[in-house]
Design a protein around this ligand. Sequence first.
Ligand SMILES: CC(=O)[C@@H](O)[C@H](O)COP(=O)(O)O
Ligand SMILES: NCC(=O)COP(=O)(O)O
Length: 256
Amino acid sequence: MTTPVKTALSINLNKVALVRNTRHLEIPSVTRAARLCLEAGAQGITVHPRPDERHIRPGDVEKLAGVIATWPVKREYNIEGNPFQNLMDYVRKYRPHQATFVPDGEDQFTSDHGWSFPQDAERLKPLIDECKALGVRVSLFMDPIPEQMAAAKAVGADRVELYTEPYAAAFGTPEQSTQLARYVAAAKAAQAVGLGVNAGHDLSLRNLTPFVTHVPQVLEVSIGHAFVTDALEMGYAEAVRAYRRSLDARADGVLL
Ligand SMILES: CC(=O)[C@@H](O)[C@H](O)COP(=O)(O)O
Ligand SMILES: NCC(=O)COP(=O)(O)O
């Protein structure tokens, strides 16, 4: 059996910025949240600076780049967005460790689907090539469809991020194992063609351990909405420690 990887925990700070934006007081501080999360053991910070600036604003992206760049040990910066909207400007300016391409519309309520191949391949390839020339790893936000993984690799992606809302929605229902099996198959298909596997969207303390126990070699999870919800109750540091424990608690059971 392959030794399970230590799945990196990347905290998405969108919802801290969302609360901050409801007053002109600069609290809660996005950079303070990042520092507290990193100090407590998070391996990275994720932001999704949407064009309408509903939460993360350009100034947040800049300040967080500075927090990560000056952190005493290596921590990763993951900037998410649509590369045909504003994402590439941030990639060129801040050269994050990872850019996660997400096919969201400008006024989309939240992310709810991945890229489609072959339709998206031709227009994605030059932007993926540019990111890699800048030394930025590219992760493509994808639905858990095994047949799509070879095309994601062929277009130049380093990783895929499996969109996990369908798994989260099925968690605790009779559909849970069926959904989980989809992600296991998609992850194995991705890894079979040399893609790394990340995961994210609606992951939580409730559904995280079973996911990383069964889905093989998940390199990174990015978690925001549920994390901030938990942090409101237990504080950033304890919430990070709780999510870290959930990731590390994966049983070394037989993978599906
Ligand atoms: C891509 C994804 O699933 C999330 O990272 C996304 O950042 C959620 O965006 P909102 O926080 O705006 O819902
Ligand atoms: N890529 C997923 C992410 O960054 C956070 O998604 P969510 O936990 O806010 O649903």
